[in-house]
Design a protein. Structure first.
Length: 178
């Protein structure tokens, strides 16, 4: 054979170069696969974070909507509190057997029923009940026979709660300690 037979055809690479080129192509392909896998993991992580953010936003929106529903009447009911006070003061001073008294009692009961159906409840501690700083406001402190220290001695004004949110604290006199 001649030397020409051992030589590669024009445009062909020797076998060693072809193997090296194939190995480089395979390394480049492997590097590209690793880069794509890393990018895929980043996208998965970002997707999880965005899904969690969406879930948190949905929960926050549902909670805000629930609170808006529960407290939509807060302003109206808060403005009715002096009406309750006036009707109750009128009843306290109305003589027994007065026909107007019966009408005021009926009106007050109906008003309380409507308010209660909308989540409003009274805070009216009686003598001897424990003072609750979350729902009561102490107007003064007195010596009170037969009452433990820190107990409510007298109620000045009822308080009100709307769906566990305090609208107005009850105004009370508290028994003195020791």
């Amino acid at each position: 054979m001649s030397n020409e037979a051992n030589e590669n055809q024009p445009g062909e690479q020797p076998a060693g170069e072809r193997a090296h080129a194939a190995e480089q192509a395979q390394d480049a392909l492997h590097d590209r696969i690793e880069a794509l896998q890393g990018e895929l993991e980043q996208l998965r992580a970002r997707s999880l974070v965005e899904r969690a953010d969406l879930d948190n936003q949905r929960k926050r929106l549902a909670r805000d909507l629930d609170n808006a529903r529960r407290f939509a009447n807060e302003r109206l009911l808060g403005e009715l509190l002096p009406v309750f006070d006036s009707l109750e003061a009128g009843l306290a001073n109305a003589p027994e057997g007065d026909p107007l008294r019966a009408g005021v009692e009926l009106t007050l009961r109906q008003l309380h029923k409507v308010a209660e159906s909308n989540g409003l409840s009274e805070v009216a501690p009686g003598p001897g009940d424990a003072f609750d700083p979350e729902r009561h406001q102490a107007m003064s402190v007195v010596d009170a026979e037969g009452l433990p220290p820190g107990a409510v001695a007298q109620l000045f004004q009822k308080g009100y709660v709307l769906n566990e949110r305090l609208l107005r604290p009850a105004l009370v006199v508290v028994a003195r300690s020791g």
